[in-house]
Ligand binder design. Structure first.
Ligand code: PLP
Length: 413
């Protein structure tokens, strides 16, 4: 297999690593995140909505600030639309199990549309909820790069359709889905329906929040779920759901517990966002996410830079003989690839790590169904994903390493 990097290469520094696994989680975290978390743990430490002392007030203030910051960031109708969850997965479960079920707003005989590129965080709760509701689930296929056919998707909406769930960006190929077109079509259909028969447009923004601008009202998205730890550069363990007001009365609390409000009642408070927020909040993560949002507001890097990295990555990979590349140049530097039967993605990732100190991910990336359309069902793909701060040298290094590995395979076969 390929020889280790030359002694004068930056990669030869034993402390150097090239982190290209941003689609799993961003690293390094945004400036100020770790400090804000340590500061909270060291100097505040209190719970939000659980007391009137000065430290509890500080915790309340942090929560309020982050909620209003995110309200503006995604242009939600009001701060009540934003609820905090243990991550994007929890936010997705809260909205899916809160609205789809046997005695829920979206129930028996409903038709639910999901795409083939969905992450298990969407697919698994929808499968379970559809089953318990006796609803019908239909999958919209993707092309060989993870892009969805908009007209076909819209054409599959029928009178019984009550939910359309889509990832904004594929975590396998980086394909950006045309959610504005789909949102517009759903809004048009909803206008001709009564209030009890509306279609919920759910968007999984795990791979896009903090990378791409999101305006839920302009996009016609009713429910948007996202974590702090990817594009925003925040910590893991916290995520948000933005839910538009027309669904507030209909959503049922997925989890029950203490909220710090209406403590004498046996039931969860009826108001948003409290009805979706049982349990003690992850305040250190809230402090960290807020710092990440501050850092984002002052970041110099433009969307253009990320798009340039994407061009560079795809151009470089596509020029390499003997590999197949999935995904196209776009706004984010993500690509998946396959070295063919002689080198499974897991082994390729291990070589990149051990011999080049380049960290990428191999496998199905928790999105099994898309691999049917990529032709990579058995072993998945090798995914290279850059993010904020990824520099051109790092992209060049991974391209050179992949070329070297591909050349070795070709010479052996
Ligand atoms: C497209 C997509 N959706 C949902 C998730 C789940 O996010 P989390 O693990 O932060 O809950 C991920 C995480 O990788 C993802 O890539």
């Amino acid at each position: 297999m390929p020889s280790p990097p030359a002694a004068d290469s930056p990669v030869s520094d034993p402390n150097h690593r090239i982190y290209l696994d941003h689609a799993a989680t961003s690293w390094p975290k945004a400036q100020g995140v770790a400090e804000a978390m340590v500061d909270f743990m060291t100097n505040v430490g209190a719970s939000a909505s659980r007391g009137n002392h000065a430290s509890a007030m500080k915790a309340n203030e942090l929560t309020r600030s982050l909620r209003s910051r995110l309200t503006r960031f995604v242009n939600a109708e009001s701060a009540e639309c934003i609820s905090f969850h243990a991550g994007c997965t929890s936010a997705l479960n809260a909205v899916i199990h809160g609205l789809v079920g046997p005695s829920h707003a979206i129930g028996k005989d409903s038709h639910l549309l999901v795409s083939a590129v969905e992450h298990n965080a969407v697919l698994r709760p929808i499968l379970m909820a559809a089953n318990s509701a006796n609803a019908m689930l239909e999958e919209v296929p993707s092309d060989a790069h993870g892009s969805l056919p908009v007209d076909e998707l819209i054409g599959r909406i029928n009178d019984a359709t009550r939910l359309v769930a889509l990832s904004h960006v594929s975590n396998v190929t980086g394909a950006v889905q045309p959610i504005a077109d789909i949102g517009e079509a759903i809004s048009r259909i909803n206008q001709s329906r009564d209030a009890s028969n509306q279609i919920l447009f759910l968007c999984d923004a795990a791979q896009s929040l903090g990378y791409l601008p999101i305006d839920v009202q302009a996009l016609g998205v009713h429910a948007l779920a996202a974590p702090a730890h990817k594009g925003c550069g925040g910590p893991p363990g916290i995520g948000m759901l933005s839910l538009s007001p027309q669904w507030h009365d209909q959503i049922q609390p997925w989890m029950q517990g203490g909220t710090g409000h209406d403590g004498r009642s046996d039931e969860m408070p009826p108001s948003m966002p409290q009805k979706l927020e049982p349990g003690t909040m992850n305040l250190p993560a809230i402090a960290g996410w807020l710092a990440a949002m501050d850092s984002m507001a002052t970041r110099q890097e433009s969307a253009l830079v990320l798009a340039e990295r994407s061009q560079q990555l795809h151009r470089g990979l596509n020029a390499i003989e003997g590999i197949q590349v999935f995904g196209r140049p776009g706004p984010l530097p993500i690509a998946s690839l396959d070295f063919g039967p002689d080198l499974p993605p897991d082994d390729a990732a291990a070589i990149l790590d051990a011999e080049f100190r380049i960290e990428v991910r191999a496998g199905h990336h928790c999105a099994a169904r898309i691999h049917k359309y990529l032709g990579t069902e058995s072993a998945g793909t090798l995914r290279i994903s850059g993010g904020h701060g990824t520099n051109p040298e790092e992209i060049d290094a991974v391209i050179a390493a992949v070329a070297e590995i591909a050349a070795q395979i070709t010479s052996l076969t």
